[in-house]
Write a protein that binds this ligand. Structure first.
Ligand code: BTN
Length: 324
């Protein structure tokens, strides 16, 4: 807490030195304690210039996520107001599911710098090196079980709109919830839930957004289809404001969803690049090919197969082939 206060003071006067005495007076602690907190900030990666008889000045900041910075930047009513930040976890989704079962409030967020067992869709692994955003949100909508996939579509709409407005990048959505720039994936979403009879008890919406990770760290076959915010914009982006905007967009679209899910579906349709294309959908056990006609009210992809039959697909991996 005192450390955060010192950091706030240093940030508020980036050009001038603040003496140890002044920092001590303004925070109400001793100069020795000020010095200890300065050392601890340096250990976190802050570059701090210390000049005898002048004091301290901040020179550079690491791109680490700090809980106090996130809470300060949040403009949401409930999304992210309960926040659990970890340097490393197995999977933020797994942790958020546990916390939801222990009655974490709606909008609680679990976020981690890295995941050691990040989960992707269809049982895959989500490789989670440092530099990106990995977080999961607890939601408790009062709704039917079969509508749950729509919440993932809602999440994809929120991610795409953050990327568009904040980073001026033409993000699009590939069914069901891959957010792409060009043909490359920048974000993936995974929902898990607990249900009772046909009602949802709670649902965890997990989001991975590739921000600053070094693409070279990935296996080359994975790298080919993936991009990051840094690769698209040509610069490293600070993750805290990005996260705060994303939580604000998520809150907005979640509220819209609760009011009228059709509005979310129609926004999803505007952003999607799947409908109208020939698609190959690889599921766990089978592969389908045909023309993607639309999505139904439960978020399933409607495909007309080559023999003329129409199927509604609930999950799978889509490859697009433009209609010639
Ligand atoms: C996909 O396969 O596209 C979904 C990827 C979802 C990854 C995110 S990262 C945060 C959250 N925790 C996980 O273990 N998975 C999701």
């Amino acid at each position: 807490m005192y450390k955060d206060k010192i950091l706030r003071l240093l940030r508020s006067s980036p050009a001038d030195f603040l003496s140890g005495e002044e920092l001590a007076r303004k925070t109400g602690i001793s100069r020795t304690m000020v010095w200890k907190h300065i050392k601890s900030l340096e250990q976190e990666g802050f570059g701090i210039e210390a000049v005898p008889s002048q004091g301290y000045r901040i020179l550079s900041e690491p791109d680490t996520l700090r809980k106090s910075d996130i809470l300060q930047g949040l403009r949401t009513k409930f999304m992210g107001r309960t926040l659990h930040l970890h340097p490393a976890v197995a999977s933020t989704n797994t942790l958020a599911m546990e916390m939801a079962s222990l009655s974490s409030p709606e909008g609680s967020v679990v976020i981690a710098e890295t995941q050691t067992a990040g989960k992707g869709r269809i049982g895959r692994t989500w490789i989670s090196p440092k530099g990106n955003l990995y977080f999961s949100v607890v939601l408790k909508p009062n709704m039917q079980l079969q509508k749950a996939p729509l919440l993932t579509l809602m999440g994809a709409v929120a991610v795409a709109s953050t990327v568009r407005t904040m980073l001026a990048q033409q993000a699009v959505i590939k069914w069901p919830n891959d957010v792409l720039i060009g043909q490359k994936k920048i974000s993936g979403l995974l929902t898990e839930m607990s249900a009772e009879q046909d009602r949802i008890k709670y649902i965890v919406l997990g989001i991975g957004l590739n921000v600053n990770m070094d693409l070279v760290a990935l296996p080359s076959d994975v790298r080919r289809n993936i991009t990051t915010v840094a690769a698209e914009t040509g610069k490293n982006i600070r993750r805290t404001p990005l996260l705060c905007q994303l939580l604000l967009d998520l809150e907005h679209w979640y509220r819209v969803f609760l009011e009228d899910e059709e509005l979310v579906l129609s926004e999803w349709k505007k952003l999607n690049v799947t409908i109208g294309n020939r698609v190959t959908v690889r599921g766990l056990n089978d592969t389908l090919e045909g023309l993607a006609q639309g999505i139904d009210r439960e978020g399933r992809l409607i495909i007309t197969l080559d023999d003329g039959s129409v199927v509604h697909v609930a999950s799978g991996d889509v490859t697009l082939k433009p209609v010639s």
